[in-house]
Ligand binder design. Structure first.
Ligand code: MN
Length: 386
């Protein structure tokens, strides 16, 4: 489900008539330096900073985790541009009398590097808070639950915060809600459910999943603000919200950020043609559809000569990625699928809840392709007779 765009004026209508409303901006998963950090900074400067800078009111700016992509060197461009970005937000917070909250994200991404910005918390002229543990923060009378991504925390502690510490207005976090990732796999982290937020009067706005999305009506992912890879061709941007603590009403507005387009296409028809036709087809497609980075998958075998011509043409062009069909790779892929299927079929053999007799019966029935070929009772009677 996509977040609905609403008229941004509603954000202010809600505010003007009631001073129990706060207006906030939420962005997450910036991942410096997953691509050229100067490019990341420029996109954020033009399409995030400049937009929030001119807002007539702004009470809170949140970075919902994963400012960094990995551990970086102090003297790198990543540190330079990520820090310039943070410095701009601090300036805006000061100018607007707003609070800046930076949440710690995934450990392999943020890698404790938010420490670089701890000095801002010493400032008395601007309100900067860097949150690396679960806690409530008060911002202009609004109570906000902040949940960074944490590992190996005692479940009792979550229970105490989530259920035994009074109502709060809304939640900002970096983590996984049930249903958001395949298999609900969270590693050492915690899988959250919507029931965890029974004490939350407003929405939950989270980082971590890079596709902006809504779950259970009130749980929102900001998504990452720009694209940097294939298989991620969704809408990108950040969230503006107005929340009224009296009525508990809130408006969410998803602001789009324009960035590079990544597209994957599959070619099966043109493989026997003159390679020049194929090359022109790829170039035209890229130009006509405004594709910045194209990945072309050939699902048929090309002649070695054609393959060489096409490959040489795009060899030094990093905006075109070619994936040629290879019979070896196809056989390997099919074999892999078969193994996966077999693993699922025979997983009962490793199920500790089944007895050896039950496993034997299931195995025989599988081989005979007949669910009722042998029953436990029959097996027991055969064993007794023996
Ligand atoms: Mn992330």
């Amino acid at each position: 489900m996509m977040i609905n765009n609403i008229n941004p004026n509603l954000l202010y209508d809600n505010y003007i008539f009631n001073n129990t409303t706060i207006i906030s901006a939420h962005i997450s998963d910036l991942h410096f330096p997953v691509m050229d950090p100067y490019k990341q900074y420029s996109i954020l400067e033009d399409q995030f900073i400049k937009k929030i800078e001119v807002m007539p009111r702004l009470d809170l700016i949140c970075i919902n985790g994963d400012l960094y992509d990995h551990k970086v060197m102090t003297a790198s461009d990543a540190t330079l541009y990520a820090s310039m970005f943070i410095a701009r937000l601090v300036e805006i917070a000061k100018m607007k009398n707003a609070t800046l909250i930076i949440l710690q994200g995934t450990i392999s991404h943020d890698a404790n590097q938010l420490k670089i910005y701890y000095h801002y918390m010493q400032r008395t002229d601007v309100d900067v808070r860097i949150v690396t543990n679960i806690r409530f923060e008060m911002v202009k009378g609004i109570r906000i639950l902040c949940i960074p991504e944490l590992y190996g925390i005692d479940e009792d502690y979550y229970q105490k915060i989530l259920f035994h510490s009074d109502f709060y207005d809304f939640c900002i976090m970096h983590g996984t809600i049930k249903g958001a990732v395949y298999g609900d796999n969270v590693g050492q982290g915690r899988l959250f459910t919507i029931e965890d937020f029974l004490n939350c009067k407003g929405p939950i706005i989270s980082g971590h999943i890079h596709k902006a999305d809504t779950f259970y009506d009130h749980f929102y992912y900001c998504g990452s603000p720009y694209r940097w890879r294939f298989d991620d061709d969704c809408f990108k941007g950040f969230i503006l919200m107005s929340y009224n603590s009296m009525s508990r009403k809130y408006f969410l507005d998803y602001e789009e950020i324009i960035s590079d387009n990544y597209k994957t296409i599959t070619l099966s028809e043109l493989v026997n043609n003159n390679p020049i036709d194929t090359i022109n087809y790829i170039r035209d497609l890229k130009q006509n559809q405004g594709i910045d980075y194209i990945r072309v998958k050939f699902d048929n075998l090309l002649s070695p000569a054609n393959r060489m011509v096409i490959n040489n043409t795009f060899r030094n062009d990093d905006t075109v990625t070619l994936e040629f069909f290879s019979p070896e790779r196809e056989i390997a892929r099919q074999a892999e699928e078969k193994i996966k299927e077999d693993n699922e079929k025979f997983s009962f053999l490793l199920d500790p809840r089944l007895t050896d007799e039950q496993k034997f019966v299931m195995w025989v029935n599988h081989l005979k392709n007949d669910e009722k070929y042998l029953t436990i009772e029959e097996l027991e009677s055969i064993l007794r007779e023996g």
